[in-house]
Design a protein around this ligand. Structure first.
Ligand code: PEP
Ligand code: MN
Length: 336
């Protein structure tokens, strides 16, 4: 249930409404818009909506039939803009994240980061704990990888994101990372999502391999209902009958989600296609469709990459693409 307060409702009136619903066993989530404050009333108990409508300062009470509340534009009509290291995702801003699939060595990260920095990137990516299909494939450097990422990111004044796979890794991640990534395979790891709700750093939530948009938004709802408002949704391709590409990039998910939700939607064209030569066209398509950001795999020496070399761009190729994307962004009235 959403409680829309009258414009100009005083803090005192807002607090009384919050106290009223809390006393009845509900959680209150507050969204302060330009005109109205909206209180999300979340819980399983039963409450008569007329009792709330009668409270001082309440404009209207809306029952939400859709399963997601806090991620919905009804709860927060304005776009959520998430800023990390001066890079913004959402609204008219497109954020760029780039880097290798996995951290392999300090030198590899250093060379790649230096080149990416020169092409204008301010947020790196790199996996330290890798969810690999085969247990015999490279599993990542673990905490050592996070340390390398932090060291390199600090050297170039960059931020970085890396994938957290388990609840018990969260404290370690909080020591190093700027954005915690939830991978496609963990999109419905509800214990992980609940714990990330308590974190006060942005979460990049990738869409599950075969997840519907509603399931994806419900996973974001898990994080938000724990109190963390900074969720970046990442479309990374879904599994379809088509096997010419690694996955099928669901471009229409961008405007579909943006209509329902205020959260930024970014695109990962690398895992979506699995093929280097498809990354540039899909990145352009994502920007043209209104994406709020991109996360692109770039490796200084893709032929020797321990993971996902075939979909990783050469740094020079990436630099060219980034220039084109900036020009394209102007057409959709956005900026990187
Ligand atoms: C990744 O970004 O490193 C990754 C494994 O992606 P996904 O979870 O989308 O497969
Ligand atoms: Mn990868």
């Amino acid at each position: 249930m959403l409680i829309v307060m009258q414009s100009q409702a005083s803090e005192d009136k807002i607090q009384k409404v919050i106290d009223f619903i809390k006393q009845r066993g509900f959680d209150a989530h507050i969204s302060r818009g330009e005109d109205h404050t909206v209180i999300g009333c979340v819980g399983r108990k039963i409450i008569d909506k007329r009792d709330i409508e009668l409270l001082d300062g309440v404009k209207e009470v809306i029952r939400i039939t859709s399963p997601y509340k806090l991620v919905s534009r009804v709860f927060k009509p304005d776009d959520t803009i998430i800023e990390v290291n001066g890079v913004k995702f959402g609204g008219t801003h497109i954020g760029m994240i780039a880097g290798p699939c996995s951290v392999e060595t300090y030198e590899q990260m250093d060379v790649t980061a230096e080149k990416l920095y020169k092409s204008g990137v301010r947020i790196l990516r790199g996996g330290a704990f890798k969810p690999r299909t085969s247990p015999y494939a490279f599993q990542g450097l673990g905490e050592e990888g996070l340390k390398i990422l932090r060291k390199v990111a600090d050297k170039y004044n960059m931020a970085f994101t890396s994938e957290v796979m388990e609840v018990n890794q969260i404290p370690m991640f909080l020591k190093y990372v700027d954005i915690l990534q939830v991978g496609a395979r963990n999109m419905q790891n509800f214990n992980l999502l609940k714990s990330l709700g308590e974190v006060r750093k942005p979460i990049m939530l990738k869409r599950g391999l075969s997840a519907t948009i509603e399931e994806w938004l419900m996973s974001a709802e898990y994080i938000m209902s724990g109190g963390n408002r900074e969720v970046i949704l990442c479309e990374r391709g879904i599994r379809t009958f088509e096997n010419m590409t690694r996955n099928t990039l669901d471009i229409s998910a961008i405007p579909v989600v943006q209509k329902i939700s205020h959260l930024p939607v970014i695109v990962d064209p690398s895992h979506a296609t699995g093929l280097r030569d498809k990354v540039a066209p899909m990145s352009k398509a994502a920007v043209a469709a209104g994406a709020d950001g991109l996360v692109i795999e770039v490796h200084n020496n893709p032929e020797c990459a321990l993971c996902d070399g075939a979909q990783s761009l050469y740094p020079e190729e990436f630099a060219e693409l980034f220039k084109d994307l900036k020009a394209l962004a102007a057409v959709v009235k956005k900026t990187f």
